[in-house]
Design a protein around this ligand. Structure first.
Ligand code: PGA
Length: 250
């Protein structure tokens, strides 16, 4: 049985004061006996402080990106060891905003995946197609290519300790989520692709859906057989909304 995971990706939002109030409200609202695992991914400068606020709770801490290199002259970058040092357990790799706005290639994402695992962080590998790719029937090919980039470097064994997030680019921040059937189709393809290499890993790897997840659509998305929770952007900045999404994953 896969434990559902609901991750809040705060992106470049928040302040020390806003974070403290968001986390406090969230900790009041997220049910302690919840079956779902909950993860918060604040911006780098707030990781340590948010980590302190989450201390002795069941809510995990993650970062939004990581450098592929272990250390050295890489101005502006943050290493996996640093993330581990400030209390992170997870890190997003290959978020579509990193791929699209900051030009991260499949091979760079694969190296970041390796860097994260080398420090014991759980990578959340984000994959997903653009609208143009979907409309030209290339969704499965694109997602498959993004997965292959990691599989060819790390092997299927690496997925045993990882999370995959399917996030159609056209659904991110647009208010237009993939329908449960559209998402399930891609999730099943992802799991099938992993199963062709290793059935046990395929059965255990968590595949999250991301892209305009809200309290009003979370339950029907999470009810699909291959959707194991969500990666939530905008709606993770509202404690009440995010807590309802977490409850929907129970
Ligand atoms: P959204 O973002 O929920 O605001 O669509 C999801 C994401 O980018 O992870």
């Amino acid at each position: 049985m896969r434990q559902p995971l609901v991750a809040g990706n705060w992106k470049m939002h928040g302040s020390r004061a806003e974070n403290a109030s968001l986390v406090r409200s969230l900790l009041d609202l997220v049910r302690a006996e919840s079956r779902a695992e909950v993860l918060l991914c604040p911006p780098f400068p707030y990781l340590w402080e948010v980590g302190r606020l989450l201390k002795d709770t069941d809510v995990a801490l993650g970062a939004q990106s990581v450098c592929a290199e272990p250390h050295g002259a890489f101005t502006g970058e943050v290493s996996a060891a640093m993330l581990k040092d400030v209390g992170c357990h997870f890190v997003l790799v290959g978020h579509s905003e990193r791929r699209q706005i900051f030009g991260e290639s499949d091979s760079l994402v694969a190296r970041k995946f390796v860097a994260a695992q080398s420090q014991g962080l759980v990578p959340v590998l984000c994959v997903g197609e653009t609208l143009e790719e979907r409309e030209s029937n290339r969704t499965l090919a694109v997602v498959s290519r993004q997965l292959d980039a990691v599989l060819s470097v790390s092997g299927v064994g690496a997925l045993a300790g990882a999370v995959i997030a399917y996030e159609p680019v056209w659904a991110i921040g647009t208010g237009r989520n993939a329908s449960p059937d559209q998402a399930q189709e891609v999730h099943a393809m992802i799991r099938g692709k992993v199963a062709a290499l290793d059935a046990t890993i395929a059965a255990s790897v968590r595949v999250l859906y991301g892209g305009s997840v809200k309290a009003s659509n979370a339950r029907e998305l999470f009810a699909m057989p291959d959707i194991d929770g969500g990666l939530v952007g905008g709606a993770s900045l509202k404690a009440d909304e995010f807590a309802r999404i977490c409850a929907a994953a129970d």
